[in-house]
Design a protein around this ligand. Structure first.
Ligand SMILES: Cc1cc2nc3c(=O)[nH]c(=O)nc-3n(C[C@H](O)[C@H](O)[C@H](O)COP(=O)(O)OP(=O)(O)OC[C@H]3O[C@@H](n4cnc5c(N)ncnc54)[C@H](O)[C@@H]3O)c2cc1C
Length: 385
């Protein structure tokens, strides 16, 4: 029987294993950690946004520069196919108000349990604590011993949350050009003045974030070292390029409205109290305005209104890569043929987050991992047939 190896038991690797096992290959998944899919389970802690609603163009548009390279895999296994696949495992899914698709259980463990059961029934073996440190042809070197395999699919993940397994160390032994890893979907670093300390942990809601030509809505949280939260994640590529972050603290109001309100301020009322009373700005938003001006702003009400609509944040880049939800960089598509096989290592395929693509949160990440896992698995099965 033809032997296939998969390196990494995350969503991409397990999907490749499923497809190859269904094609009749004898599949072994090698996972460095003591248990599979740790990052997938972590994703489940925030509800497991599996995929998204909408047509194919909406799906494809999330992958930016890598969209065309990913198109065949996504066409073969798109957001609808992913939904059906999850339902086929007995997992009920639903669409949230923003078109995000989640399992009803809002966690990953029931899906993973059902999936591992299916893989077991298909005869897939899973070796835990099995660290791959290189390849000898198509044979992976696992815990320093080469294992026989006719074809190998690498699904080692990106380079964030290393404690969950995806540490990016595979880039040291893979004989293929990789694009350096960078944080994606990360918070921004800010060296706050001490006066911001009282807002650490507080949410900044109902705002619009800007960086370069990217505009995003959603919540942020002030932390000791910056701003975190889903509202900011889509700004990451722009911030990496050095774009200035500004916040519109009153996205529903225009400048003339804000000026009118500010000009009604009675003489005896402090500015911070008036910002709160007239414009309903909570203390944390007032704090962000004062932080931008180094204290109580000394400016015309007109200038202050403009400031409130675009408060600059003195960011010094994105948060550390290990804290990022995902990473940009990885195996360059120029190293891969359309089947996701390494051009210079025949019989070795790559999939998932270890490829050089990035996408916003909202379901694009897992969809890209499942789709490329299925694509690489199918191509690997064809390769040895
Ligand atoms: C907090 C958090 C929340 C998230 N929420 C969402 C979400 O809701 N929706 C979404 O779409 N995405 C989400 N993501 C992102 C998503 O989890 C990842 O994009 C996805 O898990 C990547 O899948 P993968 O299979 O490519 O890699 P991984 O899931 O990282 O799996 C790679 C596996 O390979 C193993 N491995 C690595 N190197 C080796 C080696 N040398 N030998 C053997 N094994 C190795 C690792 O231990 C790991 O198990 C979230 C991520 C985080 C951190």
């Amino acid at each position: 029987m033809t032997r296939a190896a998969v390196i990494g038991a995350g969503p991409a690797g397990l999907m490749a294993a499923e497809v190859m096992a269904k094609a009749g290959l004898s599949v072994t998944v090698y996972e460095a950690k003591p248990s599979p899919a740790r990052k997938f389970l972590m994703a489940g802690k925030s509800g497991l946004n599996l995929t998204l609603e909408g047509d194919f163009d909406r799906l494809l548009s999330g992958y930016g520069n890598a969209a065309e390279a990913l198109r065949p895999a996504l066409e073969a296994f798109d957001n609808t196919a992913l939904r059906h696949w999850a339902e086929g495992l007995g997992i009920e899914v639903f669409s949230g108000s923003t078109g995000r698709v989640f399992p009803k259980a809002m966690k990953a463990s029931p899906l993973l349990r059902a999936w591992l059961g299916r893989l077991d029934a298909l005869g897939v073996s899973l070796e835990r604590r099995a660290q791959c440190s290189g390849l000898f042809g198509t044979n992976p070197i696992i815990n320093d011993v080469a294992r026989d395999s006719d074809v190998t699919v690498l699904a080692c993940g990106g380079a964030s949350w290393a404690r969950l397994g995806s540490d990016g160390r595979w880039a040291e032994w893979l004989q293929a050009k990789t694009v350096p890893f960078e944080a994606a979907n990360a918070g921004v670093r800010v060296a706050w003045t001490p006066s911001m300390q009282r807002f650490w942990g507080q949410a900044v809601k109902n705002v619009r974030w800007h960086a370069g030509d990217v505009v995003s809505q959603g919540e942020g949280v002030v932390t000791a070292d910056g701003l975190e939260g889903g509202g900011l994640y889509s700004l990451t590529p722009a911030v990496r390029r050095g774009a200035q972050v500004t916040i519109d603290l009153l996205p529903e109001r225009d400048i003339p409205y804000v000026v009118d309100k500010l000009e009604e301020r009675p003489k005896k009322v402090t500015l911070s109290r008036w910002l709160n009373k007239s414009l309903k700005l909570p203390a944390v938003k007032v704090g962000l305005v004062f932080e931008a001006t180094g204290g109580v702003p000394d400016m015309t009400m007109h200038d202050l209104a403009h400031l409130i609509k675009a408060v600059p944040v003195a960011t010094s880049g994105v948060m550390s890569i290990d804290k990022a939800i995902s990473t940009a960089g990885g195996v360059s598509f120029s190293e891969l043929d359309p089947d996701l096989m390494l051009r210079d290592q025949r019989g070795v395929f790559c999939c998932g987050e270890m490829l050089d693509w990035e996408a916003p949160t909202g379901g694009w990440l897992l969809t890209g991992c499942f789709a490329t896992g299925a694509w690489a698995g199918a191509a690997a099965a064809r390769y040895v047939s």
